[in-house]
Ligand binder design. Structure first.
Ligand SMILES: CC(C)(COP(=O)(O)OP(=O)(O)OC[C@H]1O[C@@H](n2cnc3c(N)ncnc32)[C@H](O)[C@@H]1OP(=O)(O)O)[C@@H](O)C(=O)NCCC(=O)NCCS
Length: 176
């Protein structure tokens, strides 16, 4: 797959986190984190099992063409998650994952809040879409804390499960 454009992105520092571009050194930690079936089954695009070639595909073909950041704890360089904005035709979709060991600390909410602000303030997006599988209420809680509102119910594909899964669709408009 050719990538026409390389999306440059800044380092973003938040109270507890540093968001930076994912790189080759992240491969082992990415495999550990998204190789976890409890992470992969909540995501659309993650094959299971997840191999080094899948992490390289992410680095070579996803990272250059999307506004995606590695989530690291401030002062540490180890990737513990990822958060990004994916162009989808006329719209832009927020997505994220976090290694299971770091769930429940408010990390994704903090990281996604910074990326949403980047999308509105720097990219000038009029609104951001997202969605989550109906059996993943923690992700719904993250989106609601960011101000997303439900627009409807649908299905989304899950590569690991090999089928479409019931989903809740969400939208956040740029603050006036
Ligand atoms: C979903 C996920 C992103 C949440 O990340 P996190 O950093 O643990 O999320 P936060 O701690 O910021 O917030 C989680 C919220 O969900 C709530 N929550 C957790 N489990 C819940 C449940 N079973 N039902 C309802 N709410 C739940 C928490 O209480 C918290 O809300 P609060 O701060 O109001 O208490 C993380 O679990 C993950 O990466 N999962 C695997 C991949 C994934 O689901 N990606 C999103 C795909 S749409």
């Amino acid at each position: 797959m050719a990538v026409a454009e390389d999306f440059d992105r800044p380092i973003i520092d938040t109270a507890r986190l540093r968001l930076r571009r994912p790189n080759e050194r992240d491969v082992p930690a990415i495999i550990d984190a998204v190789g976890d079936a409890e992470v992969a089954r909540r995501l659309s695009r993650i094959p299971h099992p997840y191999a080094a070639a899948d992490a390289r595909f992410f680095l070579d073909h996803v990272v250059p063409g999307e506004w995606v950041w590695a989530i690291t704890r401030g002062g540490e360089d180890t990737i513990i998650g990822a958060v990004g904005l994916t162009p989808e035709g006329e719209t832009t979709e927020l997505g994220y994952w976090l290694a299971r060991a770091s769930w429940g600390e408010g990390i994704v909410t903090e990281a996604a809040r910074a990326v949403v602000a980047y999308g509105f303030d720097t990219l000038g997006l009029p609104y951001i879409m997202s969605g989550y599988f109906a059996d993943n209420p923690a992700s719904g809680a993250v989106l609601r804390k960011l101000g997303f509102v439900e627009t409807g119910q649908a299905t989304r594909p899950c590569l690991m499960l090999g089928r479409d899964v019931a989903s809740i669709e969400m939208r956040l408009a740029r603050p006036a």
